[in-house]
Design a protein around this ligand. Structure first.
Ligand SMILES: [Zn+2]
Length: 511
């Protein structure tokens, strides 16, 4: 049965693409099938090393594992690229020169992960004790034993653990793809460089520094960013842009101590009420940001981008069902269209306590953390300034520090604004010749049409690559869309890991 399915798949592949490249990918697949159990164990081991930003010792352990993986695969010049700043996590570098190759491709993934709160993980799951499961969380969810060499691995099984999809899956699939090529006696068509960052989730604060310091090693024709989820349809996708991002925190001050809501309610103004009233002036009930000029700088979409958006499989109805929602913001615009507008998200809002800790009080302050996604044309600092101007226009006194007693005595409405650092969006033209080659390469691994995404919803600091190295950057994600990236219960579907190996190998074989 499996053989028949495979034969049909092969025929589909051959119909769709040139014979030679599909054949090369099939060799990669055969090699992977023979090595699945070993690869799975190696991956579980890699995931069991903690990788959060504050834990420098563990980050270095991760870097060591990656260097070892590169060395045993026969990669040359394996080394740590350290920034000048002491204590910052290094990037891991390696290189493969292909005699006669005219192009050089650098593969990027990051080995650090988002912070974790183990208490939020589903019972029995631990962010750094990765486990194999029979599928996503749900009624029939089960943790499985690690299979022995004789047990075949179901590609719909998943691995749960921090970094399982974001972004150790990228590291694993890139290195394994190269291993698969070498072990199946195939020669890459390009020079390959490997670059694995250790600070992405902490804001890539030293990435520019690493690039400046080690510029001579980092020349290339194309950077492949292996990060983020594939299209929700499950089809392979490549993204030509990412949104930028910037945060800010607003703290609205009330009375200088918490008050009895009976003795003072109706008389002392409540900062929680004031904050929600202020926030309500920033968005209308259609979900449009009503801050003056918020959409003014948005660059119009190119004809190619519009075409790509039209041709993308529609997933809005599927996603509404999946997420348990009925209506969406920005009426009439699809999920992927909405990525082309700057957002203003409330990440969290807080004032006094709720639940078991709730008390009848007038709180002393109320705060909100905002997330401002940037698109082509917008500048993150300008967008932050527009929010500040809006707050001022509502009569607030804005300060960047905690207000003094004098200020509190003088101004009736005070907000402290904390501007966090951010970065702008990045876009690569969709009509570059190298983009066409890349799509053809990835297309050789799948019978379904590769989805071209003008911009991803998420953010990566890709502008640094452009600015520092003048690089061309395209994102090739591999993770399943329901991977719980950045949250508890992060997971990767095994099929995505296996597909990812073939995707990365196809790029190393790019014609
Ligand atoms: Zn990531």
């Amino acid at each position: 049965m499996i053989k028949t399915i495979r034969l049909i798949m092969i025929m589909l592949l051959l119909q769709h693409v040139g014979f030679s490249q599909a054949r090369e990918i099939l060799k990669v697949r055969e090699w992977r099938e023979k090595n699945e159990n070993r690869l799975l164990k190696e991956y579980l081991n890699f995931l069991s090393v903690p990788n959060i930003a504050a834990d420098t010792v563990s980050l270095l352990k991760n870097a060591d594992i990656i260097m070892e993986m590169l060395r045993t695969s026969g990669v040359q010049k394996v080394q740590l690229l350290k920034p000048v700043t002491k204590g910052a996590a290094p990037a891991v570098f390696g290189e493969v020169i292909t005699p006669g190759a005219k192009q050089t491709i650098i593969f990027y993934a990051h080995y650090d992960g988002q912070p974790v709160n183990p208490a939020n993980w589903y019972k029995g799951l631990d962010p750094f004790k990765p486990v194999l499961t029979n599928g996503p969380l749900g009624n029939s969810f089960q943790i499985l034993p690690v299979p022995d060499a004789q047990t075949s691995i179901d590609p719909d099984w998943r691995i749960f653990g921090r970094g399982a999809s974001d972004d150790k899956a990228g590291v694993m699939s890139i290195i394994t793809a190269y291993q698969a090529l070498v072990s199946s006696s195939q020669k890459p068509s390009v020079n390959i460089k490997f670059f694995f960052e250790g600070e992405e989730e902490a804001g890539s604060a030293h990435l520019g520094e690493i690039m400046e310091t080690h510029r001579s090693l980092l020349g290339s024709d194309l950077w492949i960013m292996c990060d983020g989820p594939v299209h929700q349809s499950g089809r392979k996708s490549i993204s030509f842009g990412v949104r930028g991002d910037a945060n800010m925190e607003l703290i609205l001050y009330g009375p200088n101590k918490p008050l009895h809501s009976g003795h003072y309610g109706n008389w002392v103004r409540n900062p929680a009420w004031q904050l929600v009233q202020l926030m309500a002036t920033m968005k209308n009930d259609k979900g449009e940001v009503t801050i003056k000029g918020y959409y003014d700088d948005v660059a119009p979409l190119s004809e190619l981008e519009k075409k790509a958006l039209r041709e993308m499989p529609q997933v809005d109805e599927q996603m509404k069902k999946e997420l348990g929602i009925v209506t969406t913001e920005m009426e009439g615009k699809s999920l992927y269209e909405s990525y082309n507008f700057p957002s203003l998200n409330i990440n969290g809002i807080r004032s006094a306590d709720v639940g078991a800790m709730a008390a009848n009080v007038i709180p002393v302050k109320a705060s909100v953390v905002l997330d401002l996604r940037q698109v082509a044309g917008t500048d993150w600092q300008k967008q932050q300034q527009k929010v500040v101007e809006h707050i001022r226009s509502r009569g607030y006194y804005v300060t960047e520090k905690e207000p003094t007693e004098e200020e509190r005595a003088k101004y009736p409405d005070i907000i402290q604004v904390i501007r966090k650092s951010g970065y702008n969006a990045q876009k690569t033209r969709m009509d570059l010749p190298v983009a066409e080659k890349l799509i053809n390469a990835i297309q050789s691994t799948t019978a379904e049409k590769v989805v071209r995404v003008p911009t991803m919803g998420g953010s990566l600091p890709l502008f640094i690559f452009e600015q520092t190295l003048g690089a061309t950057v395209i994102t090739v994600p591999i993770a399943n869309h329901d991977n719980n990236q950045h949250a508890e219960n992060e997971n990767i579907r095994i099929r995505n890991l296996w597909n990812g190996i073939e995707t990365m190998a196809s790029i190393m074989l790019m014609k």
